[in-house]
Design a binder for this molecule. Structure first.
Ligand SMILES: Cc1ncc(COP(=O)(O)O)c(C=O)c1O
Length: 393
């Protein structure tokens, strides 16, 4: 089957001559591996998030593995994760020999982890909880911290999976300034995969407020070595020790150069995404009858400043989702499902993850991701929703 020509693709990648030029400059410089551009990208990303430390990595999955390890997760520990996320969130725990323990989402309005369900799953082996900022909306990290503390689980650390949330802010509370995602838990892990709000192809970034955690992450990223090739090249060091067993999770200078340009654009692009979401919500209201029973999560309540990575809807009860998707495909509209819950995958079922997550499972049955990108216009939105209304009928 040939790939369809999408009238409205799921997302659009916005790379132009600036990124091409930046990448070419690195090639011409002759120094491709971790150097000055990585250091600059890290400083600039940390400033955007509002934390003192950012550590560039080769992707978010390996970044999560490093984050969990720096949070103290070891073989035999338990890590509480949502099931409504990309499988990487749980995989990274398994790779460390830990057991992912799945917790439920809050509701059809808030598809992020439910703090009250999390605390019910805390055991003496629980080491960390991973808050995934689903679709770009900040999970309730403060609520999670308070629930854990009230439960006598102050030692359990919170890691943020920020793959969807560069630039997002938490839910404001009592007039306190809202911090950006990546500055809410002990470590935040971002993805720059090619469908993300900002991209370097493959790539990721870790953020933390804690000096010691930052030092551990830097060690783990590069085999636990105490100096870098770059330091030795500049004559700043001649030898090294291996202080802790790590891996090679380094980013390269080409990606850092592209990432620095993308970072300059991401908040503007997020604001454009917010405009497109507003267009969707207005257009859905206008079609109240044709789209009866359609539910849009994260519209009732306050969820902070979203990065609007995905536009996710829940189809009317009883709607045949695969037929709706096929019909949209026929009309040139690309859709997806975020996500098949991790505990339902065979690899996890075989690992004995037989857990019942009623809210996750009920939401999943109705979830559909519609196209969202900064370049979309009201014409695209109308095209998508008219096709959806026909498909639902
Ligand atoms: C929620 C979530 N976590 C982690 C990842 C993994 O990111 P990467 O592809 O950079 O390893 C993704 C990527 O799709 C994701 O969506």
């Amino acid at each position: 089957m040939s790939a369809p020509q999408w009238k409205v693709p799921l997302t659009d990648v916005t790379l132009d001559e600036e990124e091409a030029q930046a990448a070419a400059d690195v090639v011409r410089s002759g120094w491709l591996t971790q150097g000055e551009r990585i250091a600059a990208f890290e400083r600039e990303f940390a400033a955007m998030v509002g934390v003192p430390h950012a550590i560039a990595v080769n992707n978010c999955t390996v970044g999560l593995e490093l984050a969990y390890a720096a949070a103290g997760v070891e073989h035999g520990d338990e890590v509480i994760v949502p099931a409504l996320t990309f499988v990487a969130t749980a995989n990274a725990a398994v790779r460390l020999g830990a057991t992912p323990v799945f917790a439920d989402i809050t509701s059809d309005d808030d598809l992020c982890l439910d703090p009250l369900d999390v605390v019910k799953r805390v055991t003496p082996r629980t080491r960390a909880v991973v808050a995934v900022h689903y679709a770009g909306f900040a999970a309730d990290v403060r609520g999670l911290r308070e629930a854990l503390d009230a439960h006598g689980a102050s030692h359990v650390v919170i890691v943020e999976d920020c793959a969807h949330a560069p630039g997002a802010r938490e839910r404001a509370r009592d007039g306190e300034p809202a911090a950006r995602c990546g500055g809410l838990g002990v470590v935040g892990a971002f993805s720059f995969f090619s469908n993300k709000n900002m991209t370097t192809g493959e790539g990721g970034m870790l953020t933390t407020r804690d000096d010691a955690t930052a030092a551990t992450l830097r060690l783990l990223r590069s085999h636990g070595m105490t100096t870098l090739t770059w330091d030795r090249h500049r004559g700043h060091a001649f030898t090294y020790d291996v202080a802790r067993v790590g891996t090679n999770a380094r980013m390269d200078e080409i990606r850092a150069a592209i990432g620095r340009i993308q970072l300059r654009k991401v908040l503007v692009a997020n604001a454009r995404r917010a405009d497109v979401v507003k267009m969707y919500l207005d257009a859905i209201d206008e079609r109240a009858e044709g789209l009866q029973g359609l539910h849009v999560p994260f519209t009732r309540g306050s969820f902070g400043e979203s990065a609007h990575h995905l536009f996710v809807v829940m189809l009317p009860e009883g709607c045949h989702r695969e037929r709706v998707m096929a019909s949209l495909r026929e009309e040139g509209v690309q859709t997806s499902i975020h996500y098949p819950p991790t505990h339902m995958f065979s690899a996890y079922a075989q690992r004995g993850a037989h857990v019942s997550l009623p809210r996750t499972e009920a939401a999943f049955a109705r979830l559909l991701t519609l196209p969202l990108g900064p370049a979309m216009t009201r014409t695209h939105v109308d095209l998508v929703l008219d096709a959806l209304a026909r498909a639902i009928r």
